[in-house]
Design a protein around this ligand. Structure first.
Ligand SMILES: Nc1ncnc2c1ncn2[C@@H]1O[C@H](COP(=O)(O)OP(=O)(O)OP(=O)(O)O)[C@@H](O)[C@H]1O
Ligand SMILES: [Mg+2]
Length: 274
């Protein structure tokens, strides 16, 4: 139209389909855009690895197919379009109410079993953690996962797991208290106790440590095999976090090491070793 000011857009095709897209958060790095009025969210992937389709498939497998509105290769990016959920990432005060809503969601997710847990992959990952973390006194944590692995206690059937259940990936609606688990890019077949261990280190640990382990014990099945495996994957999760800090935020490593180790040792002491 003559005289009209054209708004520059990075996503002409996507905007033709879905309307004007605004970054969902104010950060410059944002890759999630929304048209809240239309109730949709567009997540943009720039690495061309097909993760938009993978995430859509994972959501369908998790029974969340009705949240998926479309997948696109357009405007030089890959995009997943989902329904918008009016909620905020979990804060400390949300953790216990959210856990009540999450329990049946995770139970349903973990019910279906298929094949065996990929233990060679776990061994390979532990090898990487071992070499990177070799200078630090972490033998008790390594022992807590390597012991059960060697004894065959981790040889169980696999369930579909989210594998990234940290606080940012669990949204809660202020008014209704409903929760939604988002960000299904890492989901895969694995030991459900690994999923619950990630929930503990990534979300429940917003709580003081006594409340955090209590909340974890409330959600982990009471049989000995589950409790032992949860203990093992808890050690694995804390080691993973330390490895992550060493690789990505080395200046924060020392402080994280203190906090994480205190948490880890406290939690492990509440769970059966053998
Ligand atoms: N369906 C949705 N409704 C409302 N907000 C959403 C929705 N999906 C994502 N968000 C918001 O966008 C943020 C980032 O989304 P998401 O976690 O899917 O991407 P990411 O963390 O960038 O992905 P990745 O971890 O794969 O790099 C979320 O923390 C949440 O605040
Ligand atoms: Mg996320």
């Amino acid at each position: 139209m003559i005289g009209a000011v054209q708004r520059a857009t990075m996503f002409p095709t996507l905007e033709r389909l879905y309307g004007p897209l605004k970054p969902l958060d104010s950060g410059m790095q944002s890759r999630v855009y929304s048209d809240v009025a239309r109730g949709l969210v567009v997540k943009v992937y720039r690495n061309n690895l097909g993760e938009h389709r993978l995430e859509a498939d994972n959501m369908r497998r998790a029974g969340m197919g009705d949240w998926v509105l479309g997948v696109h290769e357009a405007d030089g990016v890959e995009a997943l379009v989902t329904r918008y959920f009016a909620g905020h990432p979990l804060l400390e005060a949300d953790v216990l109410p959210a856990l009540n809503k999450l329990r049946p969601v995770l139970e349903a997710l973990h019910r279906e079993r298929r094949g065996a847990v990929d233990l060679p992959r776990l061994r390979e990952r532990l090898g990487r953690f071992r070499s990177a973390l070799a200078p630090y006194p972490l033998d008790d944590l390594f022992g807590a996962i390597e012991g059960p692995l060697t004894r065959g206690e981790l040889e169980v059937s696999a369930a579909f797991c989210h594998l990234d259940l940290w606080q940012d990936n669990i949204l809660m609606n202020e008014t209704s208290g409903e929760v939604l688990v988002i960000d299904w890019t890492k989901a895969a077949w694995d030991d459900p106790m690994r999923d619950l261990a990630l929930l503990k280190t990534g979300t429940l640990d917003l709580l003081p440590r006594a409340e955090s382990i209590q909340a974890a014990l409330d959600i982990v099945p009471g049989d000995l095999s589950s409790r032992r495996r949860f203990r093992a994957y808890l050690a694995h999760s804390y080691l993973h976090d330390l490895y992550w800090f060493l690789m990505n935020e080395p200046y924060e490593f020392d402080m994280q090491q203190n906090t994480k180790l205190r948490r880890a040792r406290h939690a492990l002491s509440h769970l059966p070793e053998e």
